[in-house]
Design a protein around this ligand. Structure first.
Ligand SMILES: [Zn+2]
Length: 193
């Protein structure tokens, strides 16, 4: 079970099992209850596609009209969005593309929310969007994803005079955004090109 968790190897999975075996039954029951209600308590935001636990259909970021409508940041996954939000240095909106496009993949459009992305950018373009920021991992797959998304969005962006920028290279190569510290992300944001 735990071996399917992101970033967890067989040894760690085994430690989780031993931990559960040695923890009180009340803890295990509470954990089971929380896992059982996880799906009921979370929704996917209809605007940025992140998971959220609001009662509304849109998350607190998308629902906040005071954010900067000129900026839209594209991230690969929810945890990247959370990490950027934590820096409190970015006040634009987001879109979670929901995956990566590995090099040589034959069907890239099935790996990310391509249709939804185009619709979002079209809608935001009418609402004053000026810049789309790529916040993808600095590794070959992340770069390939950027290249693919750029190709998808280019005609649309040219038409509306919207520029594309990429998070600065302050992020070290091979490091996922997920594991970057707030200071590094802040610099990467400031130095986007
Ligand atoms: Zn949202």
């Amino acid at each position: 079970m735990f071996i399917k968790f992101p970033g967890i190897g067989p040894r760690q999975a085994e430690r989780f099992v031993y931990f559960l075996l040695s923890s009180p039954q009340s803890y295990r029951q509470e954990l089971m209850r929380l896992i059982g209600t996880l799906k009921d308590d979370t929704k996917v935001c209809v605007s940025c596609f992140r998971f959220h636990s609001n009662r509304a259909d849109i998350c607190s970021v998308c629902g906040n009209a005071n954010r900067n409508k000129e900026l839209l940041m594209l991230v690969q996954k929810d945890v990247d969005l959370d990490n950027i939000e934590r820096t409190k240095d970015y006040d634009g909106y987001y879109f979670v593309i929901g995956g990566t496009v590995p090099i040589l993949d034959k069907n890239p459009s099935t790996l990310i929310r391509e249709k939804e992305l185009i619709e979002t950018v079209e809608k935001r373009a009418k609402d004053g969007l000026k810049e789309v920021i790529f916040a993808f991992s600095v590794n070959p797959d992340g770069e390939n994803t950027a290249e693919y998304v750029r190709k998808v969005l280019e005609p649309l962006l040219k038409k509306s005079d919207i520029k594309i920028s990429t998070l600065g290279r302050g992020l070290s190569t091979g490091l996922e955004l997920e594991y970057s510290d707030p200071e590094t992300i802040k610099n990467a944001l400031k130095n986007r090109v």
